[in-house]
Design a protein around this ligand. Structure first.
Ligand code: AVJ
Length: 328
């Protein structure tokens, strides 16, 4: 971390461990069983996700990137933002298009990058240091969903003229109630005149959407199963990782892709770190992620109803992905 970089860790190891235990108890003791997707992203999981973004079937990343390449200058001139605050910044790769556009517009001063993965954030910051030596980068390791998002967004530091960005379609990992709370918390963390930019996957034909979450090379399957390896390492659990089959289905009524891990046989799992034993029947599933897809108009309406009126929206020529820009 050089003089233009600063790193805050709001997710101390013990708080992180406590949150994991609470999530595992709440999710795995219940029926249907579930685990929250944030636990995918240890160093291995973050690397597997980067591989996913390069898969032929996984269109969201490259679609959003092309869209950003097209509209970033427009976003820069509309917002005049001096600060980008990115939630779930990951590798920060696509964000560079926004950084470049704001830099060219002459307004960019600071980039605040928040992520739940210390590994992903550290490597993103090292790359940014090489390519943007004069940019003030403020990294924050935290869980933005803490305390129903209100605590989670308290980290957001004050800087002038912020644009809060949430890219990649990650908004789809929230259910409608969480989404409303999240949008409201975003709105509350900003001042009038500041901006919010959200990237969201749009509803497509089922085959295209499902293939994006069930690739032929099996990378998504490996990413999905990695959450069990995280449980084994962090909680001393004994999930037989290869005994779980990757499942991706489109739920038409909820309008989301659901990823699950299905037990190939009856499996008794001990999770000492959470003080929990779980007996899974053969064929029983653990839901590991939802990834909602949207209708542009309904998402705009949802944002508006939480105080984030959408001033501009862009979509790619095939209507696969959208960027929505709101002014608080
Ligand atoms: C990082 C949450 C946007 O939902 O598309 C990719 C995660 N899961 N393949 C998504 C993911 C399986 C991704 N997000």
């Amino acid at each position: 971390v050089n003089s233009t970089q600063r790193l805050d860790v709001h997710l101390a190891d013990d708080a992180r461990a406590e949150a994991l235990v609470a999530d595992v108890r709440a999710g795995l003791a219940a029926q249907p069983r579930s685990l929250p997707p944030k636990w995918f992203y240890d160093a291995t999981g973050s690397e597997l996700f980067e591989q996913i973004t390069r898969l032929p079937e996984y269109y969201p990343t490259r679609t959003e990137k092309a869209l950003l390449a097209d509209c970033a200058p427009e976003i820069a001139s509309i917002t005049g933002a001096r600060t980008i605050v990115e939630l779930g910044s990951g590798s920060s790769e696509k964000t560079r298009l926004l950084l470049d556009a704001l830099d060219q517009a002459g307004t960019l001063a600071t980039y605040v990058a928040q992520d739940v993965s210390p590994a992903a954030l550290a490597s993103a910051m090292a790359e940014l240091e090489k390519d943007y030596p004069r940019l003030a980068v403020h990294g924050v390791v935290s869980d933005f969903s803490a305390g129903g998002f209100r605590d989670g967004l308290r980290f957001v530091p004050e800087y002038p003229d912020r644009m809060m960005v949430f890219l990649g379609g990650t908004i789809g990992t929230l259910d409608p109630i969480e989404r409303a709370a999240f949008l409201a918390a975003m709105r509350e963390s900003l001042h009038p005149g500041e901006h919010v930019l959200i990237g969201a996957g749009l509803i497509l034909d089922e085959a295209t959407m499902v293939a994006a979450y069930d690739d032929d090379a099996g990378v998504t399957a490996e990413f999905n199963r990695n959450v069990l390896a995280v449980m084994n390492r962090e909680l001393g659990a004994d999930f037989p990782v290869e005994e779980f089959e990757h499942v991706a289905v489109w739920d038409a009524s909820a309008q989301w892709i659901e990823m699950r891990l299905r037990a190939r046989s009856a499996i008794a799992v001990r999770i000492p770190g959470a003080g929990l034993d779980v007996d899974l029947a053969a064929g029983e599933e653990i839901r590991t992620e939802v990834s909602a897809k949207f209708d542009l108009l309904s998402l705009s309406a949802e944002m508006a109803s939480q105080g984030l009126p959408v001033a501009h929206a862009w979509q790619d020529p095939d209507s696969r992905f959208a960027l929505l820009l709101a002014r608080v």
